[in-house]
Design a protein around this ligand. Structure first.
Ligand SMILES: NC(=O)C1=CN([C@@H]2O[C@H](COP(=O)(O)OP(=O)(O)OC[C@H]3O[C@@H](n4cnc5c(N)ncnc54)[C@H](O)[C@@H]3O)[C@@H](O)[C@H]2O)C=CC1
Ligand SMILES: O=C(O)[C@H]1O[C@H](OP(=O)(O)OP(=O)(O)OC[C@H]2O[C@@H](n3ccc(=O)[nH]c3=O)[C@H](O)[C@@H]2O)[C@H](O)[C@@H](O)[C@@H]1O
Length: 446
């Protein structure tokens, strides 16, 4: 089939490449000419494992092309997927729908009569209905997306489920054709009306955010009572009804989706006269974890971080991504910098993005360089390579061997055995036991 994908950011570029992989002819459209030029040249302007290979393969074969021309896209496609951003509106918790509205208007004006316009962006319930009423020449459907950054290709080609919000058998049949290889592989399909399809997406993200904030609230109580949230999570996770996933306590969730989606969901519910205020508490718990890391840093530096050299390991909002949107790591780093600390950040993939957004922070080209002379180390994005750091070697690089594991991902016993004062959120402190070192891991001489 001939498909277009309007908006070729994280979601759209992945969707376009994966649709080409399924055998379709795909035209990606974006208003950003630099992004279009990069993608057309077979380059992906962000980090996503497996995506560069797919984009290169299908731009080379000619099955995947990119343009800035909505009119060309309207004329080309039988089905148009809208994947533009829905960020938080300035000065409000609600979603900014200007990009979605503009994309629908631009395509609806050029598309063939009766063409299918499929929304994939995450939107407040009621959006599909409103767009269908505004664009009667075309048919609207909603097909929310559940991919995770870092696993975007895998999640698109082998999703847990597909959800089609459709109003006609024609729309359902067309979407079944688009996704035929995915459905043939046994992927469950849920068909729904517009409001339900939109709500499935926001409900799923709200549930995931709630699960993370639940375990982070348990971390808070563990801190107060002297418990260990890692052990607690393991123990409750053995119950299948609870499950082990998304129970990693730490500095909390960030990214371009969970934070803004729970805010927009609570906001939209309020407009409809329904209280989802518990999501505001989910948000508040999440933000308190960032405060806690800042507070721990102050405490470990003797009451103030002024002049302290702090190494921050991680800038991306999660590993296997260069996405720094609402990154807890950079939020903490920037606050410590404001408090007068000399902060040096290292991340394997997100340094360029971090530098552009936070030019006043210091940056290192390796973890070793970041650790050099540090008074405190903060581990805030759990890249696998940070788990490989040898605590003995690391202790020789720093001025003071103190570390906060903000992701609960490091082996605290091992770090403490190497002389580090080791703190993690929701877990007991481990004091280094090297001879000659105080509780706080004094300066190493070797
Ligand atoms: N990033 C993710 O992992 C996922 C994102 N989503 C949702 O997908 C949507 C897009 O998110 P991202 O891809 O992360 O955003 P993004 O910001 O990376 O990409 C959006 C793209 O749309 C382009 N754009 C804006 N207006 C346009 C127009 N009128 N015509 C053509 N292109 C236009 C922008 O230039 C940009 O390249 C959001 O609603 C998000 O909540 C859903 C599931 C996963
Ligand atoms: O709507 C979206 O855009 C996507 O949002 C999330 O995907 P993503 O933001 O890529 O990343 P997640 O793996 O969900 O992680 C989100 C944040 O939660 C944090 N997290 C995750 C899991 C956990 O146990 N603890 C925890 O703090 C991560 O570090 C990260 O900052 C959802 O998982 C996707 O299903 C959804 O499609």
């Amino acid at each position: 089939m001939r498909l277009t994908v309007i908006g070729t950011g994280y979601l759209g570029a992945t969707h376009a490449a994966c649709m080409a992989e399924l055998g379709h002819e795909v035209l990606g459209v974006d208003v950003d000419p630099d992004k279009v030029a990069a993608l057309q040249a077979g380059r992906v302007p962000f980090h996503e494992p497996g995506l560069p290979e797919l984009i290169a393969k299908h731009t080379a074969s000619g099955r995947l092309r990119f343009t800035t021309d909505h009119a060309a896209a309207g004329a080309f496609g039988e089905v148009h997927f809208v994947c533009v951003g829905t960020p938080q509106r300035k000065g409000s918790d609600g979603a900014d729908l200007t990009y979605v509205d503009a994309a629908f208007a631009a395509i609806a004006g050029h598309a063939a009569e009766g063409a299918l316009l499929v929304g994939k962006s995450t939107v407040p319930v009621g959006t599909a209905e409103r767009l269908a009423a505004a664009h009667e020449r075309v048919e609207v459907a909603w097909n929310p997306e559940f991919l995770r950054e870092g696993f975007a290709v895998e999640d698109t080609l082998r999703p847990d489920r597909l959800v089609f919000g459709v109003r006609s058998s024609h729309a359902e049949t067309t979407l079944r054709q688009v996704y035929a290889p995915v459905l043939d592989a046994g992927t469950p399909l849920v068909t729904a009306d517009f409001p339900t399809a939109e709500l499935v997406k926001t409900a799923a993200n709200a549930f995931l955010a709630t699960k993370i904030s639940f375990i982070n609230a348990m971390a808070e109580i563990c801190e107060a009572a002297g418990g260990d949230v890692g052990v607690l999570a393991e123990a409750i996770g053995y119950d299948d009804r609870i499950g082990k996933k998304f129970l990693r306590a730490g500095v909390g969730f960030g990214g371009g989706c969970l934070p803004k989606d729970i805010r927009a969901f609570a906001h939209r519910a309020g407009e409809l006269g329904v209280s989802l205020d518990f999501l505001r508490e989910v948000d508040a718990i999440n933000m308190r974890r960032r405060d806690k890391v800042v507070e721990m840093a102050r405490e470990l530096c003797g009451g103030s971080v002024l002049g302290a050299r702090i190494a921050v390991l991680g800038a991306a909002f999660k590993p296997d991504s260069d996405d720094i949107r609402d990154s807890p790591a950079l939020n903490v780093a920037a606050r410590l910098r404001l408090d007068g600390a000399d902060v040096t950040v290292y991340d394997p993939e997100a340094l360029d993005n971090a530098r552009k957004a936070f030019p006043l922070l210091g940056y290192a080209l390796s973890a070793e360089e970041a650790l050099q002379g540090a008074d405190l180390v903060l581990h805030l994005t759990e890249w696998p390579q940070f788990r490989e750091i040898d605590p003995e070697r690391a202790a020789r690089l720093v001025t003071r061997a103190r570390i906060v594991d903000g992701r609960g991902a490091l082996d605290g016993e091992r770090w403490a055995a190497a002389g580090w004062h080791f703190r993690a959120l929701g877990r007991p402190a481990l004091a280094g036991e090297r001879p000659g070192q105080g509780l706080w891991g004094g300066k190493r001489t070797t």
